[in-house]
Design a protein around this ligand. Structure first.
Ligand SMILES: CC(C)(COP(=O)(O)OP(=O)(O)OC[C@H]1O[C@@H](n2cnc3c(N)ncnc32)[C@H](O)[C@@H]1OP(=O)(O)O)[C@@H](O)C(=O)NCCC(=O)NCCS
Length: 241
């Protein structure tokens, strides 16, 4: 759009350095407390370490998720496509206050969960994925997001939506209600917002992993060997879902 200036100007052109434009495109970060690394013993006895993703791990994850997009069952394709965009969005700083948690077993990427902060009160869950089926890894990863929201970040609400039957089951298992629809829409495709409030979390959901996996998250005294074994993320070669 152009208009004639209503005053005489001494310079007709102005240039901007891209570093001056970037602050307009990047949201000022909220300075989130990091996810405190945790471990859990899965049903089959394997220990999974859940930690925040490292920036340099995102490109190899993207390469892997690109392959996941080709899986045409159980909605891995649509979730893969969206997760790809979210990981890239976090990496290229085009998401407001995103977080990405990864679940590692002997260093190997077994699952992931991501979301972002809408504001101090509301945490928006984006996606959960397991790359190894049958171990309830996805259930653990999903629970970790809610734990992060309520116990670490002090949020009042956690908003999810579901694009797959297995995903929907995670919310169903937590007995999540939804806001009236279509008046309220989740940012993922305008679907229903299923939510957990702090009260619901305290009364019911906190016990979720014990019920689903038979164990709780452990934050203290995680063995050094487990931390070391999961220091470097190994992205699997093959898709086995
Ligand atoms: C949703 C999701 C994270 C749930 O992960 P999960 O809790 O680890 O559960 P799984 O997907 O491994 O399995 C779900 C159930 O189906 C069974 N199952 C289904 N397909 C299976 C398969 N191909 N191999 C093994 N088990 C399978 C599992 O045994 C399990 O039942 P159980 O919990 O009673 O034992 C996972 O299914 C996933 O990544 N799906 C694709 C992405 C997606 O839909 N994400 C959610 C977006 S809303």
């Amino acid at each position: 759009m152009k208009l004639e200036p209503p005053v005489e100007v001494t310079r007709e052109e102005m240039t901007f350095h891209v570093s001056e434009i970037e602050p307009f495109l990047q949201a000022p970060p909220m300075d989130l407390k990091p996810w405190p690394t945790a471990m859990i013993t899965l049903k089959d006895g394997r220990d999974m370490l859940i930690r925040g993703v490292k920036d340099e791990e995102i490109p190899p994850m993207l390469e892997y998720v690109r392959k996941v997009m080709d899986v045409q069952h159980d909605f891995y394709d649509i979730v893969g496509a969206r997760v790809y965009a979210e990981l890239l969005g976090a990496y290229r700083k085009r998401l407001k206050d995103p977080y990405v948690l990864v679940g590692l077993i002997d260093g190997v990427l077994g699952g992931m969960a991501n979301g972002r902060m809408f504001n101090e009160e509301i945490n928006i869950s984006h996606h959960t994925m397991t790359f190894q089926r049958g171990g309830r890894i996805g259930a653990v990863m999903y629970y970790c997001k809610a734990y992060y929201a309520f116990e670490v970040l002090g949020c009042e609400e956690f908003w999810s939506t579901y694009e797959s039957y297995n995903g929907w089951r995670l919310g169903f298992q937590q007995c999540q209600p939804s806001y009236p629809w279509p008046e309220n829409q989740h940012e993922l495709g305008g679907a229903r917002i299923y939510y957990v409030t702090r009260k619901h979390w305290d009364q019911m959901v906190k016990d979720y992993t014990r019920q689903m996996v038979g164990a709780d998250l452990v934050f203290d005294n995680i063995p050094d060997e487990l931390i070391k074994a999961n220091e470097t993320m190994i992205v699997p070669e093959d898709i086995v879902v």
